[in-house]
Design a protein around this ligand. Structure first.
Ligand SMILES: [Zn+2]
Ligand SMILES: [Zn+2]
Length: 341
């Protein structure tokens, strides 16, 4: 199934939606343009001029006369990009009507995401907006297009599992990493019997109070895609692992900004309140060292280093951080995945 998300920003002129900015995404590539005006501003009615000025100032902030692509190319561009495409997602009935008219008689289906559970798009700071807008925080096609794509990835079967190996291989290594399935020494993934794999899925489903079906259904997959800690879910490990022998612990956040420091302080305070340990920040000596780390990363020279950390991070999403258990009161590290926002 080939999918696009599309978002136009524009003006209503003579009851017709006129595109000013257009973004189209297939998940890996984005088309983005600003179109020249279809008709001269002086030709508009008084009422339309007022609407144009309102939108210029308060909604998307792009000037009526801006643009670098000829308006007459618009239909052609959309038609060419959507050739072979099964579904185009847009947000809102005006945009739905506009695109449906354009793609009438074509094999491509237009779907309004507002009827599929994505509420009306509001201003959003998750993605940077483009340069076309007057102010910093206005409606941008580029941002909306990415927002709809994100929704599509979250809700539909387009997911990161499908992009790489088969879904089962991904799920299997997830179950192994977090203690639901014994790690196979054999790198040939096919070798695990289906019944063993299925037991792992059941164990995972039971742990998270899902219906234990032993099958990889959407509910189970969605849970595996959630952000999480990199340490196994089986907590008996925490009890039998080593503990700190001293009660007063010193921590340091390597190159942490003010937010990092404040957040860390308040989290250690929670721990301190609920245990007989106390935590103090200190820039020179430390027991716990916290640092941002890339996918392949090493220990810090002043703490666990030199040497490579055994656990690689996974890029954006899923694993956010991992930490080392205490051992003989030596300095121990907490690594935060630097690919997370
Ligand atoms: Zn924009
Ligand atoms: Zn690490």
């Amino acid at each position: 199934m080939k999918i696009l998300t599309l978002d136009p920003q524009g003006f209503m002129v003579n009851n017709e939606f006129i595109v000013k900015e257009l973004a189209i995404s297939n998940g890996t590539q984005i088309y983005h343009s600003i179109f020249k005006p279809k008709t001269d501003f002086s030709m508009l009615s008084m009422k339309d001029k007022r609407t144009v000025e309102y939108l210029e100032n308060n909604h998307h902030g792009i000037k009526y006369n801006d643009g670098f692509v000829d308006y007459k190319e618009l239909d052609d561009i959309i038609e060419k990009i959507s050739i072979d495409i099964d579904i185009v997602y847009v947000s809102g009935h005006q945009k739905y009507d506009f695109l449906s008219r354009l793609l009438e008689g074509k094999h491509t289906k237009v779907v309004n995401v507002e009827n599929q559970g994505l509420s009306q798009l509001k201003l959003n700071r998750d993605y940077p907006q483009c340069m076309a807008h007057k102010d910093n925080f206005q409606m941008c096609s580029l941002v909306n297009c990415k927002r709809i794509w994100k929704w599509n990835v979250d809700v539909n079967d387009v997911d990161y599992f499908a992009k790489e190996d088969s879904i089962d291989l991904k799920a299997k290594s997830y179950l192994e990493n977090y203690g639901y399935l014994k790690k196979s020494n054999n790198s040939d993934q096919e070798i695990t019997e289906y019944s063993v794999y299925s037991d792992g899925i059941t164990k995972f489903q039971e742990f998270f109070n899902l219906k234990p079906t032993g099958h990889l259904n959407n509910e189970t997959l969605n849970l595996m895609k959630q952000r999480r800690c990199g340490v196994t879910d089986f907590a008996q490990n925490f009890v039998i692992m080593d503990k700190w022998l001293k009660k007063k612990l010193v921590w340091k956040f390597v190159r942490g900004n003010m937010d990092d420091e404040l957040m860390t302080t308040s989290e250690f305070n929670v721990w301190q309140k609920n245990s007989d340990l106390s935590f103090h920040k200190n820039e020179t000596h430390n027991d716990i060292l916290i640092k941002y780390s890339s996918i392949n990363h090493t220990f810090h020279k002043s703490c666990g280093g030199p040497g490579k950390c055994t656990f690689n991070f996974d890029g954006p999403g899923i694993v956010l951080a991992h930490a080392y258990f205490p051992q003989d009161d030596t300095c121990r590290e907490i690594h935060l995945d630097s690919s997370e926002k």
